[in-house]
Design a binder for this molecule. Structure first.
Ligand SMILES: Cc1cc2nc3c(=O)[nH]c(=O)nc-3n(C[C@H](O)[C@H](O)[C@H](O)COP(=O)(O)O)c2cc1C
Length: 323
């Protein structure tokens, strides 16, 4: 390709730049010349702060990096974590040179990467050295001689194979020896604050029976044969289904689950039909269900506005969770 270095040349250039940062210019390793950073239109003030805020637009998960030295267990919150290679399995973490963790990691040291779950913001603060009143001490489990934080969404154990100069940070490349993950939602970090994904599709299922039953009573019974599609991703729709008999498989990008009798399908789409179905849903064996059309649903809400108010409360509570 014209103008681009062949991979080998690039590697040599990168290696020499890493071992000799001055290859990038004499001032590269010196204190950051923030006045050299050009700010886009509309951005004023301290360029360093603007740079931080710009980087903060990159949404990440949150990890706690853990390690053990003789009797000491140490953890540090880090969102500058990335996957690097599948074969060999490699990950990278960027650690502030002033952080204690930076002195604990060396080539050959093992470290754990604990991907925090949505409810672990307090743990994140704890390992970032922020005082959290009334928080309980984190619990660790030892795997490959490395402390792993209990309750995290995913765990990795890696051994430092290389470390690199990274300005006021050090970059530690780790070869992964152990990996596992569980079910759940991740804790997110964006714009300097914690965020959460809202992926819970339950709305009607959270209504009390006295408000939900009159709505379902307006539906009509329907049967599906084994493998038949109840809904297809992207298709426009405006129906709420209650499963009476049999089970259905729900396939959404990144997750799949099985729903059983008593569970509802299409809770979001019936309220927002324009966006299309968000999942592929197929019958597993023969399935019997009740289908409530959007028109019937709207008539039921008009007849009893208490159900409409309850739905708004469910949605408001969902937003509160993320605030
Ligand atoms: C959400 C979040 C992400 C962070 N990411 C990093 C990071 O990637 N690298 C880093 O060096 N510090 C990061 N920090 C700051 C460290 O967690 C903090 O400086 C910690 O007190 C260092 O611990 P230590 O000096 O005990 O090792 C982050 C803090 C928070 C709250």
């Amino acid at each position: 390709m014209e103008g681009s270095a062949a991979p080998d040349e690039f590697q040599i250039a990168l290696d020499s730049a890493i071992s000799a940062p001055e290859a990038f210019g004499a001032s590269f390793d010196a204190a950051p010349a923030s006045e050299e950073l050009e700010l886009g239109l509309g951005l004023e003030g301290d360029p360093g702060i603007a740079f931080r805020r710009t980087l903060g637009m990159f949404a990440t998960g949150v990890t706690v990096i853990t390690t053990r030295t003789r009797e000491q267990v140490h953890g540090m919150t880090a969102n500058a974590f990335m996957s690097v290679s599948l074969r060999p399995p490699l990950v990278l973490v960027s650690v502030d040179r002033r952080a204690r963790m930076s002195n604990l990691l060396h080539e050959g040291t093992r470290f754990g990467v604990n991907v925090l779950e949505a409810k672990q913001a307090t743990l994140s603060d704890h390992f970032a050295g922020r005082a959290v009143e009334g928080s309980t001490e984190p619990l660790f489990e030892l795997v490959h001689d490395t402390p792993l934080v209990e309750g995290a969404l995913a765990h990795l154990v890696a051994r430092v194979v290389r470390s690199y100069w990274g300005g006021d940070h050090s970059l530690f490349l780790g070869q992964v020896e152990f990996a596992r993950y569980g079910e759940g939602e991740p804790l997110l970090f964006h714009g300097g604050r914690y965020e959460r994904l809202i992926r819970d599709p339950r709305v009607f299922s959270l209504l009390p029976a006295e408000l939900l039953d009159p709505i379902l009573a307006l539906g009509e019974e329907r049967e599906y044969a084994d493998g038949e599609a109840l809904m297809r991703i992207g298709e426009p729709s405006g129906e709420l289904l209650l499963i009476l008999e049999g089970t259905v498989s729900v396939e959404r990008p990144g997750r799949s689950l099985t729903l059983s009798p008593g569970e509802l399908v299409g809770e979001i789409e019936v309220l927002d039909p324009g966006g299309g179905r968000i999942a592929d849903i197929h019958a597993q064996g023969s399935v019997r269900c009740v289908a409530v059309s959007r028109d019937a649903l709207l008539a039921a809400l008009e007849a009893d506005p208490r159900a409409a108010v309850a739905l708004i409360e469910v949605l408001a509570a969902r937003f509160r969770e993320t605030a």
